[in-house]
Structures are given as structure tokens and as C-alpha cells.
Design a binder for this molecule. Structure first.
Ligand code: COA
Length: 315
């Protein structure tokens, strides 16, 4: 196996890779990855997004990854290879990039294409958490009026939402994949990704709810909903202020999302939940969501000690 910097490849060489990936997400997750892949390809071709491909027999691409450094954290957006050897090859090569030398830790959030990914991450001493991908079919019985005490999200909600996210996830280990150090600027960046980026689908403000509190600027709960395809809506985030929990606020926001989905001809609702978030899983169980796949969140510090295994070959 041989490694190449993916920025040296032509768009034609990358096309089959994207087609395979788009089909995999559509079949497995009912998620149209097309818009995200266009943005990815643009950044790759411009040379602003580092990444690597693994070449197999006949120069075919049998593995790929891309990554970037933000706030000293190396974030890996994809890690594909059918074999554990291929995944380890990619990981070891990432550790040796100039980008890795600027970072003190590495985080991944990926939709694995084989069990080899998880075992390779564990072999490289990552701490790995599964995020279950849940789905449920939407039917007419889901239609409810917008619950009292909720309203659709508007542009000006941003700063209040950032503070709510920070309060709601304070001390929750699983929040590291949203805001690695829990800082307000990380939460603001994360909210921007949800509402303006394409990575988690197209933001749907009409389906995204806010539960205002009694005081000005007080927000007790929020749901951020996106569209993953013409038929799929996705609950990208759901939070309730610690002081307002167990009052069915989250349940009401979830019901409103499903109702909005039916009224807008969506057939399926999906979401991601950490395997160790028992409270949220109980909520989704009660609403009929079932597991249909999983993503992996993995993290580990970066330092000289990780440079242990030599890369077999490189471009
Ligand atoms: C998960 C969360 C959104 C629930 O909000 P909430 O408004 O308190 O939830 P609800 O009152 O609607 O609870 C609905 C059901 O969820 C389950 N649940 C919620 N909180 C629970 C808790 N602390 N302990 C046990 N079960 C709990 C219960 O089954 C509950 O039904 P019940 O009250 O009839 O027993 C809230 O705890 C939160 O913001 N957590 C941090 C952020 C987070 O994890 N978000 C989910 C991301 S996937």
C-alpha cells in the first residue's frame, strides 16, 4: 500500500471515492452527503484541506482521510479503509503531518465503513465512544400543534443558545465532540456549523424550537433541526437547562420536530446519541426511535510517543 497527499489528485480520480461514500450514506443513513462532498472537494482542490489516500493494487484508492487543526486540536473528518492495516497506516501518517505537529490532541468523528476502524483506533490507544444513529418513520399520528411555551428559532437567538449549550453540557464528557474544551467560543463555532454549515445537513429554522424563560434573554431549552435529504429530518441538537429538566420540555420539542416533518412531507426522523447518554436514550426509546447504525468519536493526546510505527511508504 502507498500513500499520496490527496491534494495532488485530480477531481476525476476522486469522483469514484465520493460516489461510493455518497451511496453508503444514502443506503445506511438515508442522508444525502452530496452538498457536503461538494464543499469538501472544493477545499481539497483549492489545497486548503489536507488529506491522504491509500493506493492499492493498480493504483486504485482503497482508503482516505482528511483533517484540519482548530484551536490546537487535530480534527479528523473521515477515516476509511476496509482493513485495520489500512486504517493504522492512515493514522500513523496523520500523526507525522505538519498539521499534527501544531496540535496537542486529535479528535475524530466518523461513520466507519467496517469494524476495522474501531479496532485500529483502539490499537492506537484512542479512547473510543459509539454514537448510535437512531431513526423512526414519521406518520400522520405525529402531527401535533406547536406546544405552548415553544417558538421557532430566529437569528438573534445565537448568543442565548451558546450560553444554554454551555450550561446544559457542563461536565458532560460526551460534549467533547461538540466543544472540545467547553469554551463559549467553541460552542459559538459549533452553533455556526449547525446553522450555516453543511456537515450536519441544511438548517431548518422553522422546525428548530426555543423555549424562552421568564427573564429577557433566558432560554430554557432548544432543538436544532436540519434536513439530511428530501425525505429525512435530523435532530442535530437537543438541550434543556439543568434547572428546567424533567418537565417534558425535551419531549415537547421532539414532538414538534416530528410534527413539522410530517407537515413538510418528510418520511423519516433521525438523530445521533452517545452510547453513554442514558437519559437521552430513554427519551428517544419512548418516542419509538430505533438504532440503525453508529458513528465513532475517538480522541487521544498527540505527542512524540505516538510516532512509533513507521509509515510503510509515502508519496
Ligand atoms: C436529555 C435532555 C435533553 C432531557 O431533557 P428533559 O426536558 O429533562 O426531558 P423530558 O422531561 O422531556 O424527559 C423525557 C424522558 O426522558 C428520560 N429522562 C430524561 N431525563 C432523565 C433523567 N435525568 N433520568 C432518567 N430519565 C430521564 C425519561 O424517560 C423521561 O420521561 P419521564 O419523565 O416520563 O420518566 C436533558 O437532560 C439535557 O439537556 N441533557 C444534556 C444535553 C443532552 O444530552 N442532549 C441530548 C443529546 S442527544
Amino acid at each position: 500500500m502507498r500513500l499520496d497527499d490527496w491534494r495532488n489528485l485530480s477531481a476525476d480520480a476522486m469522483r469514484p471515492v465520493y460516489e461510493t461514500e455518497r451511496a453508503r450514506w444514502a443506503n445506511g443513513l438515508q442522508w444525502d452527503l452530496g452538498p457536503s462532498l461538494q464543499i469538501l472537494e472544493h477545499a481539497r482542490a483549492e489545497g486548503t484541506l489536507p488529506g491522504l489516500v491509500v493506493r492499492g493494487p493498480g493504483q486504485s484508492i482503497v482508503g482516505w482521510t482528511y483533517f484540519l487543526v482548530q484551536h490546537g486540536v487535530l480534527q479528523v473528518g473521515a477515516l476509511h479503509s476496509r482493513t485495520a492495516d489500512g486504517v493504522r497506516l492512515l493514522l500513523d501518517a496523520i500523526f507525522k503531518t505538519p498539521e499534527a505537529s501544531l496540535a496537542h490532541e486529535v479528535l475524530l468523528f466518523v461513520y466507519p465503513d467496517s469494524p476495522a476502524c474501531e479496532s485500529a483506533l483502539q490499537r492506537r490507544r484512542f479512547s473510543v465512544t459509539r454514537y448510535w444513529y437512531l431513526r423512526r418513520a414519521l406518520e400522520r399520528s405525529c402531527v401535533v400543534p406547536i406546544e405552548p411555551g415553544l417558538r421557532a428559532m430566529v437569528d438573534g437567538d445565537g448568543p442565548d443558545l451558546v450560553r444554554l449549550f454551555s450550561r446544559a453540557y457542563s461536565g458532560v464528557a460526551g460534549a467533547r465532540c461538540f466543544a472540545p474544551h467547553g469554551r463559549l467560543e467553541e460552542w459559538a463555532q459549533y452553533l455556526g456549523q449547525l446553522t450555516r454549515g453543511a456537515a450536519l445537513g441544511q438548517f431548518l429554522p422553522g422546525a428548530s424550537m426555543v423555549a424562552p424563560g421568564a427573564a429577557a434573554g433566558q432560554v430554557l431549552g432548544a432543538s436544532v433541526v436540519t434536513g439530511l435529504s428530501q425525505r429525512t429530518i435530523h435532530l442535530a441538537q437537543l438541550v434543556v437547562d439543568p434547572d428546567a429538566r424533567r418537565q417534558r420540555l425535551a419531549s415537547r420539542m421532539l414532538d414538534t420536530m416530528m410534527s413539522w416533518g410530517v407537515s413538510h412531507d418528510r418520511a423519516v426522523a433521525t438523530l445521533l446519541v452517545s452510547e453513554d447518554n442514558a437519559h437521552a436514550r430513554a427519551l428517544y426509546d419512548a418516542r419509538g426511535f430505533v438504532q440503525t447504525g453508529y458513528f465513532l468519536h475517538a480522541e487521544r493526546p498527540l505527542g512524540r510517543r505516538v510516532l512509533s510505527t513507521p509509515v510503510a511508504a509515502s508519496a
